[in-house]
Write a protein that binds this ligand. Structure first.
Ligand code: MD6
Ligand code: FE
Length: 218
């Protein structure tokens, strides 16, 4: 008996081009999502989510921590990467192998072979938290892509252009979705709309996590 239609095969993840050299991989991390959330719980025991302060003196609405060789830090002195967590004065928690493998696989899926992330910033959004339009430009290595993973409650992602005034397109990011971008759009402005009052997911309740994998130095 043979059939070309396997009703039990998982759906092939859809890859949607959202800008030049930028893709939304729907559900790409869905099968690993429980493991990723468990790893966040482990990381949280070695560091802590904190509302960092921008150079302008505003506390960010998302709470953040990092894992990997470098962590992203902001305070009144500016934005930068550090090898130590300023809360513990110890190195950031190690990046779990499952995090790295997912990021490498997602990057390769859209043609960025050999991506080796050095940093994973973990953002935690609660109701009303968002992130205004910004560029990711604190990395020395702008040749490498960025891989971003959504876990938990859905949020609206805004993807603009090279100018802050470019009108952003809007994309719903759901549990297990992965965004990969680099190349032409590496410095495009982007952000997320405030997490909606009714946004929730069985695995996290009214919380959304975002993992952002980056290469920091060449
Ligand atoms: C977020 N993400 O999704 C915020 N930056 O919560 C980002 O700022 C971001 O998703 C660079 C690349 C991918 C991203
Ligand atoms: Fe960003």
């Amino acid at each position: 008996m043979q059939s070309s239609l396997d009703l039990f095969a998982p759906p092939t993840p859809e890859s949607i081009a959202i800008a030049p050299d930028a893709w939304l991989l729907k559900g790409f991390a869905h099968a690993q999502a429980d493991d990723l959330l468990a790893q966040i719980g482990q990381i949280e025991q070695q560091t802590a989510f904190r509302h960092q302060v921008t150079p302008g003196g505003h506390a960010m609405s998302s709470a953040q921590c990092s894992c990997g060789t470098y962590g992203w830090v902001t305070d009144k002195r500016g934005y930068r990467y550090t090898t130590e967590d300023p809360l513990t004065d110890k190195p950031w928690p190690a990046m779990p192998a499952s995090f790295r493998e997912l990021a490498v696989r997602a990057a390769a899926e859209v043609g960025f072979e050999g991506f080796e992330p050095q940093s994973c910033l973990i953002n935690r959004y609660q109701t009303g938290a968002g992130m205004g339009l910004h560029q990711d430009k604190d990395e020395q290595d702008l040749g490498a892509p960025i891989v971003s993973v959504t876990l938990g409650a859905p949020i609206t992602f805004l993807f603009g252009g090279l100018l802050r005034t470019d009108k952003p397109s809007r994309w719903l990011l759901e549990h297990g979705d992965v965004v990969v971008w680099g190349g032409v759009s590496r410095l495009y402005f982007h952000g997320v709309a405030p997490l909606g009052k009714r946004a929730s997911h069985a695995a996290t309740g009214a919380v959304r996590y975002n993992l952002t994998f980056r290469r920091v130095v060449g």
